[in-house]
Design a protein around this ligand. Structure first.
Ligand code: GDD
Ligand code: MN
Length: 413
């Protein structure tokens, strides 16, 4: 029995990984699996779950089970008792009341101590049948996936274990989150399932801040190099203990999605913010040149645009895209391109306005707003996809460690 209750996050997952040294003896090492089971008051489910994991053991690689427990009942003592009775390592993280910060964060604590190549996250109440774990591994092998989600909502899956109300909530929330993150969740029918397999080297526990229950959503959206696959499963009925789901959990989900949404749209939001300040600067300069310096207003407008463009450029370069590392050699290219699209957008606005008002009969005030929006969208797309585009070479692709392929383990019967 290992009572592993860290108070400090273990640093070894985030230490920069040197390229793999040649270790011919290690090359045949079998991959391993850490099963993370968050629990709160599941005393009656500990032995049944471990027994079923043991029964599936012949189809699994070397296993450790990590319980992350926030219980007020005797669950931890049952886990301690069980630990000597099963042929695999059982770790227990017992979180004192002041460290109990929800299911998702409990799973992240488990990820920090997991030592295996693959991590499986599952509920401790048998609603996630352990017999599905070998299928998750097999799917990872077949598809070369780095994350396999067990889905209740895909063909062959099911939610028989849920009440009608919970079923509706599950479908609704899954649909909502897929609309919110269409790209990331394209291949994920059940982004809220609590049952999945993921390669440990694809996770950065420091980056995961799940609110409440929805750890998978957090993993999918925050981990860049993940290839997803799914396996259907039938969500079982809870026999012992009680569900901890609540409306509070649903509210936490919305909070989390809002945060993830803001985070993923941060470039656009900042771009708009800069655009608004640029508009104010432009207006101020126009007034200054026209009234103060008595410059003809059309010439003033051109000058004011150059001033606000310079202002916008500086903020876009230093703030909007500060997280996309840019090659300093191409600074001038960016400056020139930015001035070109801003002035180009200005020139385009005239014909666009004429088109909207004269040909399509749009009210001129509304047309003005439309043309401004269209130009902002155009400027954003060009800035985001061209001028300050993500330079692929600077972000190293996750290293694929051949040792961690699971081809050998699934066939091991
Ligand atoms: N450590 C810890 N801390 N574990 C918790 C906590 C907590 O605060 N709250 C719940 N758990 C544990 C439970 O003991 C159980 O093992 C697992 O997390 C799932 O909790 P349940 O209370 O059984 O949730 P559920 O069955 O209603 O919800 C299931 O469906 C959701 C989607 O509809 C779970 O699979 C969720 O993960 C899933 O998102
Ligand atoms: Mn449950």
């Amino acid at each position: 029995m290992i009572d592993y209750t860290p108070h400090q996050p273990t640093p070894h997952h985030h230490a920069p990984q040197p390229t793999l040294p040649e270790q011919p003896t290690d090359a045949k090492r079998e991959p391993t699996l850490s099963i993370i089971v968050p629990t709160r008051n599941e005393a009656g489910n500990v032995f049944p779950l471990l027994t079923r994991i043991e029964a599936a053991k012949s189809e699994l690689p070397r296993v450790e089970v990590i319980y992350v427990d926030d219980s007020d009942d005797e669950t931890p003592s049952v886990i301690k008792r069980a630990s000597s009775q099963f042929p695999f390592d059982i770790k227990l993280i017992e979180r004192p009341p002041e460290r109990r910060n929800g299911l998702g964060k409990a799973v992240v604590e488990g990820m920090r101590v997991a030592e295996s190549d693959w991590i499986c996250v599952m509920d401790g109440d048998l609603q996630h049948p352990p017999e599905v774990i070998p299928q998750l591994l097999a799917k990872a092998q077949e598809d070369g996936a780095t994350l396999v989600a067990a889905s209740r909502l895909t063909e062959g899956g099911g939610t028989e274990g849920l009440s009608l109300f919970r079923k509706l909530v599950s479908y609704g929330l899954a649909l909502f989150s897929r609309l919110a993150f269409p790209k990331r969740l394209k291949k994920v029918t059940d982004p809220l399932t609590g049952f999945f397999l993921v390669r440990r080297d694809r996770l950065d526990p420091d980056k995961l801040q799940p609110e409440g229950f929805k750890i998978l959503l957090e993993v999918l959206i925050r981990s860049p190099k993940i290839e997803v696959a799914e396996v259907p499963f039938e969500f079982g009925e809870r026999v012992n203990g009680e569900s901890k789901a609540s409306t509070r959990e649903a509210m936490l989900l919305f909070k989390q999605m809002l945060r993830l949404g803001l985070q993923s749209q941060r470039h656009l939001l900042r771009f708009i913010g800069v655009g608004v300040t640029g508009l104010l600067i432009n207006t101020a300069l126009l007034a200054l040149f026209t009234e103060g310096l008595a410059i003809y207003y059309l010439l003033s407008a051109i000058l004011a645009t150059q001033g606000s463009t310079l202002w916008n450029f500086a903020w876009t370069e230093k703030w909007v895209y500060h997280d996309r590392r840019q090659d300093q050699r191409y600074f001038v290219n960016r400056l020139v391109s930015y001035f070109a699209i801003n002035n180009g957008a200005l020139l385009l606005r005239g014909p666009l306005l004429a088109l909207l008002v004269s040909f399509l009969g749009v009210n001129y005030l509304f047309a003005n707003i439309l043309s401004l929006l269209a130009m902002t969208a155009l400027r954003f797309v060009i800035s985001d996809k061209l001028i300050w585009r993500e330079s692929g070479s600077l972000k190293p692709a996750g290293r694929i460690d051949p040792m961690l392929t699971i081809s050998s383990l699934v066939s091991k019967k």
